[in-house]
Design a protein around this ligand. Sequence first.
Ligand code: GLN
Length: 390
Amino acid sequence: MDPITALLDGVLEESRSLRHGATADYIPELADADPEPLALAVVGPRGRVRGVGDDRVEFTIQSISKPFVLALALQERGRDAVLATVGVEPSGEPFNAISLEEGTGRPANPMVNAGAIATTSLVPGAGIEERTTRIVETLSAFAGRSLWVDEAVYASESATGDRNRALAHLLRSYGVIEGAVDTAVETYFRQCALLVTVRDLAVMGATLAFGGVNPATGDRVIEEHVARDVLSIMAGCGMYDFSGEWLLRVGLPAKSGVSGGLLAVAPSQFGVAAFSPRLDEHGNSVRAGAAVASIADRFGMHLLEPHDSIAVPAITVRSRGAERIVQLSGELGFAGTERVAAVLKELAGAVAPGTRVTVDARELARTHPAAMVALRDEFAVMPAGFRLRE
Ligand code: GLN
């Protein structure tokens, strides 16, 4: 077992002792599910899947489908059209709440059921079949393999889905969704019944982490700005009425599902997913939440703590004859330009007058226009011989 897999295994075993919570009881097929499976997986930039526990056990994706269908709607319809249909504010309410905006009937956000049904209604396609196909294709591209609908779970939810159907009728009465209520709601039930493993979810999360490119297949699934939008909404709303506390404690955009799955994304780092069917009072998996929180903590992934990889670009200084080359790599942002300027000032004091000093910015993986403006500006006060190659 490689060291990372061993670490995952240790985290998984720690969470195994948590035995409180209960499987969802409002969907008969889920109520009968075995509560014991436990699995964890992570996927980084090279697309290698590391999984432990029951990482090949399939379960229905449920609400974790919501961010990916949102991605499809954003990609196809654009942000303005999506925002006209559904808000992006945390609702502070349970996932199945009837939380619609006064006057407009717009659901609070796409992560609660009402908002997800509205988002699903934006997926292009003539009817249930066509839209479902579009959704299955998109989520399969995120996962890097063909996903299938569990017909028994779909039928079970459709037969008992009165609350979601009622929500859809309300949405239609406000004009938030157009067309047949059944088209939106049955498509939504199907997307929720897609079968995945934690390995799939980790790849799907990694695709969001790496700006919409699936690191396992190399395929671009969605545009980078769409991935950013989806992650922003997950950060605020993905854990329902626990979203604020989750962001505080774990600091990663995440999404949970009522069958016990949980997905979190560390941008530019990894996708991580866990599965255990017993849920807490918010409808989030108890053990999956603990395992993902522990992984985030061990790798220092909280988004809002200092991350030196961005603050400090890689700067190496080498000599080529009398010339000095200052090689920049990585990402250059606001803080990075100040660090480069400090290195240049030090060099200016150390080298003989007239020495040629070349700052090579051509290998930067990512630059921000304002940072480059600031960097160019530094050369105004540098000695003769200092120049920037970009
Ligand atoms: N299909 C489920 C529902 O609509 C999804 C809810 C969830 O996973 N939280 O009730």
